[in-house]
Design a protein around this ligand. Sequence first.
Ligand code: GAR
Length: 207
Amino acid sequence: MTLLPQRPRLGFFVSHRGSNMRAIVSACKAGGLNAEPAVLISNNRNSAALVWAAENDLAHIHLSPKSVSSEEALDQAHLDALLNANVDLIILAGYMRKIGTKVLSAFSNRILNIHPALLPMYGGQGMYGSRVHKAVIANRETESGVTVHLVDDDYDTGAVVGQAKVPVLPADTPEDLAARVLAQEHLFFSEMLIRIVSGEINLDDLG
Ligand code: GAR
């Protein structure tokens, strides 16, 4: 893969709320993260993320299996949207589908995901959102956390870029833990991106 430019253009994939995307866009606007939000792609036409993008002048596109003829066509439509927006780095921030093979090979080692637990624990298909936090509490873990990792063709199995730990308190409900982890996600994803953009972390050494 070619080197990242000094100010990479970010392509976001988000399915629902988009609070991680908003935190990253804020870090770009505040100047701490030298990157350019370029486009948001969502599979959910009613997502809060799409509404926010429309209100905040971020290019956005709804693409779902229902809006095209096949998974292959969806993969190609994703690739076209990313190339049209000159995206350098893809950010999965609460995206609940797999990325297709065309995008994976065109953006090898250039797709990052955030997961609300310490992978490889509490990952894999079906492990997302509150299910993760319920499982962590059910197993009486004393710590959980956040993982930023490269994306491959399976769920949550790509090389880990970085992890941050978060305590699990004895009285935590899944909602309490989710809120504590999410607050850490909002800081940690931008921190990882700052280190990637500065060259301190080389994604090609990990993938
Ligand atoms: C985040 O907690 C993220 O880690 C999780 O979905 C939430 C999205 O929140 N992702 C997964 O569980 C992926 N397996 P957001 O839309 O407000 O950023």
